[in-house]
Design a protein around this ligand. Sequence first.
Ligand code: URA
Length: 247
Amino acid sequence: MKQTMRLDKLLAHTGYGSRSEIKILVKRGVIRMNDRPVKDSGIQVNPESDVITVEGEVVRYREFIYVMLNKPQGVISATEDTRDRTVLDLLDEEYTHFQPFPVGRLDKDTEGLLLLTNDGKLAHNLLSPRKHIPKTYFAEVEGAVTEEDGKSFQQGVELDDGYVTMPAQLVILRPGDPEQGIVSKIELTIMEGKFHQVKRMFQAIGKRVVFLKRISMGPLLLDEHLLPGEYRELTEDELLQLRQANG
Ligand code: URA
């Protein structure tokens, strides 16, 4: 059972304002606990068993949030930055007050699936190199990507720092034609997450990624209804699958 916590902390977490704002609500007599008006904003409450209402609305407490973002190009996967907009700048205050952070990184010019959460344990597990969570990327690559390239990726390629990648699966969706300036369209599934990994894997075979988008991470698939910059909370089913994949 969840332990007790201060009422003002619970309400602040749930988006009802700062502690001083909650004090004012208490003074106005609009906060009730188990149908009695609350007199002290610092009282201990049990979020699981006490029924709290603010102006008649039942407070739904939760500790963690899980947001699927379709990251657009031009924003960075960080919680703050002095120069660039971050993925957190895209979220409403309703979500940011939970202090979520991105689970892993996508490059500034990479689009696609990015999970944001304040659940440190789940994030840590998903990022653990021991877990080998598969991540699939859609990419457009200059020139012709071939089945031979697929074999190289299956065997592992040596990156610019000497690291040899784990086996990765390449699917050629449309072979490119350099003569006609047609880029190759591919999907690549990798089981690890080295810095700029997909771009560097193509660099290792002499090719250049010109567009990159993550389309899945473990059991999570990017919701195709989300335009770049849009987001939604994970469904219960997605969360369950993610927890199962995490072991
Ligand atoms: N690989 C890359 O090169 N960039 C990303 O953003 C993700 C994977």
